[in-house]
Design a protein around this ligand. Sequence first.
Ligand code: NAD
Length: 297
Amino acid sequence: MASEKIIDGKAFAAALRGRIATGVAAFKAQTGRAPGLAVVLVGEDPASAVYVRSKGKACREVGMESFEHRLPADTTQETLIELVEQLNDNPAVDGILVQLPLPDGLDDKKVIDMIDPDKDVDGFHPVNAGRLAIGANALTPCTPLGSLMLLKDRIGDLSGKEAVVIGRSNIVGKPMAQLLIQENATVTLAHSRTVDLPAVIRRADIVVAAVGRPNMVRGDWLKPGAVVIDVGINRIASDEPGKTRLVGDVAFDEAESVAGAITPVPGGVGPMTIAVLLRNTLVAASRREGLADPEGL
Ligand code: NAD
């Protein structure tokens, strides 16, 4: 039997996708159309191609329309921006996602800046980062929002909890800290220059690790009972020769015996990301149609 300490992101994401499908059906009944998500892939990066395929499939499974745009690796910045502008103007498109990283020669930031913030379902546009910071109606980056959903599901009220987020990237660490502040947690944002990270983490009721270093956070760094969200996805050599396996940023076996609850890798935060992307697309579509945000998402 699975340990009760394990936070099952796969099951939570499946249930969320079910609620989204219900929301999509209600949206269709009200507007006569399906919410649409456009995903843009430039170049042939195999990992990105897999993500784009799974995003399209996940869209169709909840009843949304998926528009896939594949451009060659030698696409110019102008051509890519023209496509983004067309998608901004296309009323059937509620969400636009440009798969990152872009090939060399293309500027991620300049392209993201061109996306209509109200269609920016990745939540990477500066306007959405600003909205999140001031507590306005942001479209919020998917991985941190999914992590927050798992935390709230496990802990309930986060008010007054000591939370330590490790990693200060714009796509995970910083928005995660903003979300936790909004939930009234007391938040420390640790990073590569933090002095005595184990001592900082030992204070925490909630630890969110988003670093990209396999098994960095050790079991004896944790306060007993802490709830641990491991965002890291790291591929390392497995015990079987020639094979690899995925591990998080937290040394899982050690941490599991000390933590109150912990997300596994894989099967924790990972499955939440696409589910929240669908959620953001439905929210963006609802707002564009002047409807209230769907409930329970
Ligand atoms: P990033 O490389 O942009 O940022 C890493 C952060 O870790 C930096 O802010 C850096 O200051 C900090 N850091 C580096 N070394 C450190 C150290 N020794 N001590 C403390 N902090 C340190 O990474 P990112 O894009 O935020 O991603 C982080 C991890 O999360 C990666 O493993 C990535 O694959 C994973 N990720 C997972 C998902 C998902 O869907 N589950 C989504 C995005 C990212």
